[in-house]
Design a protein around this ligand. Sequence first.
Ligand SMILES: Nc1ncnc2c1ncn2[C@@H]1O[C@H](COP(=O)(O)OP(=O)(O)OP(=O)(O)O)[C@@H](O)[C@H]1O
Length: 312
Amino acid sequence: MTEPKKVVEIKNLDLTFNKGKKGANKAINNVSLDIYEGETFGLVGESGSGKTTIGRAILKLYDNFITGGEILFEGKDVRNLKGSELREYRSEAQMIFQDPQASLNGRMRVKDIVAEGLDANGLVKTKAERDARVLELLRLVGLNDDHLTRYPHEFSGGQRQRIGIARALAVKPKFVVADEPISALDVSIQAQVVNLMRDIQAKENLTYLFIAHDLSMVKYISDRIGVMHWGKILEVGTSEQVYNHPIHPYTKSLLSSIPSPDPISERQRTPIVYDPTAELDGQEREMREITPGHFVFSTEAEAEVYKKNATL
Ligand SMILES: Nc1ncnc2c1ncn2[C@@H]1O[C@H](COP(=O)(O)OP(=O)(O)OP(=O)(O)O)[C@@H](O)[C@H]1O
């Protein structure tokens, strides 16, 4: 079997905000992570754990804060991209934001919002070509001709997120960072947007980094999941491994905090409290493979225990 192609490779990334100043914050601490072509990699963890910082670092928004390691996109260090390669990368890697209300310019018509990337990158030559491409994008996200000349405030939250998705897709990206794309939406429409993103992924062969702190939905969209805490990745595995066979105590605690839709299981649910002091005991830890493809941040001794328990 051939090894799937890596679109993004993060190697030993360190990132510090306000380095050397008061309030310095090592937001990312020696993180390594691969994202394969066509997959959805879900990044979960509580607020402030560093998920958004990783997404934004991949998109070169935090180049100046990186203090170590590298980020490769299709094998090239994104910090070294220049000229036409850099311009190309700006189209190849896009972002969908959490709050469609805040991320869309309220004074622009939908067709101009969606066409922003087309215009900025000179991707369409005539007005007719521009209109046709915008309409194609709107239809792809389930909107239509009537919506072209309207303004964002005339849409529901879910529709606005569809506009944000169309805007990101306009430049034909290969890779999309979706930063909590459904958290601001009503629960009733979250699944619609997730399904839309999946359909589009299959059609356009997209690779997603899907950032979420709502674990219940990320399970359905992600092929693999990384669990973050305090700037580190503590566990990585397939969605099935992380949800059904969690190993790290932090992952177990996160999962135990998800309310169950079934009243009987909800009554039986006991939240597990995570004690983070173990992370501060000064012992050397690294990502160790416990079962094939399932990695946990651990000491050698912890990994032995995890392995033994995994085979029981
Ligand atoms: N531009 C910035 N300047 C200084 N500190 C920052 C900046 N952006 C993020 N941080 C800090 O870096 C840490 C990681 O933040 P980040 O936004 O990546 O977390 P997150 O897991 O995405 O959280 P959330 O779910 O709340 O978005 C936090 O301590 C945050 O306060």
